[in-house]
Ligand binder design. Structure first.
Ligand code: HEC
Length: 112
């Protein structure tokens, strides 16, 4: 299984530009976007104290809800469906791209 440090690498390469080093949404590209990048350290707090795994994963993978189709954030799922690991999502072991599984663990680890 991938671990938080694997996810941290993926995060540094793909997410820091908008969400910032700390995940608070203050990356260098943030001022150029129409929508402010979400503060990723508050996802659990905004979800009643439990980290919203399914929502975070599907958002990053790229199945945005209808209202978010015009979002600024890119989708990351496209090229990675070949190498999956089982991740528990809402109690169900779900095949998840390895990079995203590590990423999820990393983001979960930076919740405040
Ligand atoms: C080009 C800038 C950009 C990049 C790169 C980016 N994001 Fe985002 N992200 C956003 C913006 C802006 C939002 C706010 C909603 C929207 O408009 O898309 C957001 C929202 C989110 C959300 C919140 C979804 C929710 O529940 O509302 C998560 C989780 C997230 N990003 C994770 C990531 C991760 C992980 C990466 C790297 C794999 C990443 N983002 C890369 C700009 C970006």
């Amino acid at each position: 299984m991938p671990e938080a440090p694997d996810g941290a690498k993926f995060y540094a390469a793909n997410c820091v530009s908008c969400h910032g080093m700390s995940g608070k949404g203050d990356g260098p590209l943030a001022p150029t976007l129409d929508a402010a990048p979400t503060n990723l350290t508050l996802l659990a707090r905004k979800n009643g104290g439990s980290f919203p795994r399914a929502r975070a994963l599907s958002y990053v993978y790229g199945h945005p809800e209808q209202r978010e189709l015009t979002r600024d954030m890119p989708q990351f799922g496209g090229s990675m469906a070949h190498d999956t690991v089982p991740v528990e999502i809402n109690g169900v072991l779900t095949p998840t791209p390895r990079e995203l599984a590590g990423l999820l663990i990393y983001i979960e680890s930076i919740q405040r």
